[in-house]
Design a protein around this ligand. Structure first.
Ligand code: GLN
Length: 490
């Protein structure tokens, strides 16, 4: 077995017992990246030298007696929307090409503090706007299970890198499903914590009231280990909360007997691919077999979620992206006479088609006369969606459903049809609108050999609970995993 094949928990054990050094772990991951990256294209920056230097520093600290934490010496991939000092941060956009942030995001500080080694910055849809990673201004990422398919988005680089064994874990950001969807498409685990659980300081803003950073890994335990390191209050993000952080690993293997699991009628209706439906339903039966009770719940306002989400997200994006004015940082077109001309030329060149579409939609929705009809209406719908969940959680402990209505689709298949792309987010965006935590966990493969993800939704700050359900499912579920044919070996 190669070092790069080890899970975070396994690698942690090896590092703790000094059988593997941080340097060896880092070299193994870099070697794997060198051999499969030309097929997967998961990274925008591979931080080879920096990572090796950091790994050596970790080994030196260990030799000097520094205690080993969960992530000490673990190589991790970071979505390119998170600020990393000394490493480029492009957000998958030309407008930030060559930008080096002067500081680390809060989560990066936490990871570095815990001894994790940042191995590179992963590809994503431009400013996290998309569901397939095809909106990256640099290149599309490919799904390691089928290189002709998309990895999901917008954190497609992070999910594909983890699936392809280029790193055992990664961070993504989830505004409307961007951690959970690519995790489901790539057959790995991805979690969006409760809004406020993880500080957004240093996360380049897309839609601030929806954005949340989350971990991606190959196992539920590994996902919990990353969450443990990044969760917690930070005064630099005013929406970060002071709720104490639970021990996500302590209760992971507690039996589920007696838990009530809700199945929303609206998540299993028309629009759900039949094969996905069968696979997700059999996953719910696995949990029933563990002594859980399955109950039907109702989320009646879900049908308005896509419309509300794409109004609120674009409105916030139009405001957040106003800062790219070519003055303080980012791409600047010098070939102009006036200030306005510079703004226009730089933004026209720097932003891609989808980002421009969103800025226009959002600006329109916020403009006088339309604000009441669109933006305010969307906020009212948001409240109704939140209440649907509050009502459902009076009767059940967690809610189950599919992560995506369809399995991974072919590259190019939906890129010219924005509405079709937006509809992929149907089961993920409600959680962001309500602020709830959710996890996507692999639950089977289609006939064509493509992964399907079960989504487990929890009440506010019930991360430990959904991790526990996901873990029990992961241990109990038996499904055939096709061979991942990358590089002729895995
Ligand atoms: N696909 C959704 C969008 O394009 C979600 C993106 C995300 O979560 N960052 O807005």
């Amino acid at each position: 077995m190669e070092i790069y094949e080890l899970s975070i928990a396994e690698l942690h054990e090896q590092i703790q017992s000094r059988r593997i050094s941080a340097r060896q772990a880092c070299e193994s991951a870099l070697g794997r990246i060198a051999s499969v990256e030309n097929k997967v294209d998961a990274f925008l920056t591979v931080a080879r030298e920096v990572a090796l230097r950091e790994a050596d520093a970790v080994d030196a600290a260990l030799a000097a007696g520094k205690p080993v934490e969960y992530l000490t010496g673990i190589p991790l991939g970071i979505k390119d929307v998170l600020c990393t000092k000394g490493l480029p941060t492009t957000c998958g956009s030309r407008i930030l090409e060559g930008y080096y942030p002067p500081y680390d995001a809060h989560v990066i500080e936490r990871l570095r503090h815990a001894g994790a080694v940042i191995i590179g910055k992963t590809n994503c849809d431009e400013f996290a706007m998309g569901s397939s990673t095809e909106n990256s201004a640099y290149k599309p990422t490919r799904n390691p299970w089928n290189l002709g398919c998309v990895p999901g988005g917008s954190s497609g680089g992070s999910a594909a890198a983890v699936a392809a064994y280029e790193c055992p874990g990664a961070l993504g950001s989830d505004t409307g499903g961007s951690v959970r969807l690519p995790a489901a498409f790539c057959g790995v685990v991805g979690m969006k914590p409760t809004y406020g659980r993880v500080s957004r300081y240093g996360l380049v803003a897309y839609a601030s009231s929806l954005d949340q950073i989350g971990p991606i890994a190959r196992t539920v335990r590994d996902t919990a280990m990353i969450l443990q390191a990044i969760a917690g209050h930070d005064r630099r993000d005013s929406t970060s909360v002071k709720v104490p952080v639970a021990d996500y690993l302590a209760g992971l293997d507690r039996p589920l007997k007696g838990l009530r699991l809700g199945l929303p009628k609206e998540f299993f209706g028309p629009g759900l691919d039949t094969e996905t439906k069968t696979i997700v339903e059999s996953a719910t039966k696995v949990l029933q077999g563990l002594g859980c009770e399955l109950l039907t719940v109702h989320l009646p306002h879900s049908e308005y979620a896509i419309a509300a989400y794409y109004l609120i997200a674009t409105a916030e994006a139009s405001s957040n992206l106003a800062r790219y004015d070519a003055v303080k940082y980012g791409l600047r077109d010098e070939n102009v006479q006036t200030l306005n001309g510079m703004y226009m030329a730089s933004r026209s060149k720097g932003f891609g088609a989808e980002v421009k579409r969103r800025i226009m939609l959002g600006t329109y929705a916020l403009s006088a006369g339309y604000y009441e009809a669109y933006y305010r209406k969307a906020q009212q719908v948001r409240t109704l969606i939140k209440r649907d969940y509050e009502e459902a959680f009076k009767h059940v402990d967690v809610i189950l459903g599919p992560t995506s209505p369809v399995p991974p689709f072919a590259l190019g298949e939906k890129i010219s049809d924005p509405l079709a792309m937006y509809l992929i987010d149907i089961y993920t965006v409600t959680l962001n609108l309500a602020g709830l935590p959710g996890i996507a966990v692999p639950c089977g493969f289609t006939q064509a050999g493509l992964p399907v993800g079960l989504q487990i939704i929890g009440n506010y700050f019930a991360e430990a609970m959904i991790l526990r359900v996901a873990y029990a499912f992961e241990q109990a579920a038996k499904f055939d995993k096709p061979l991942m044919r990358l590089n002729g070996n895995r």
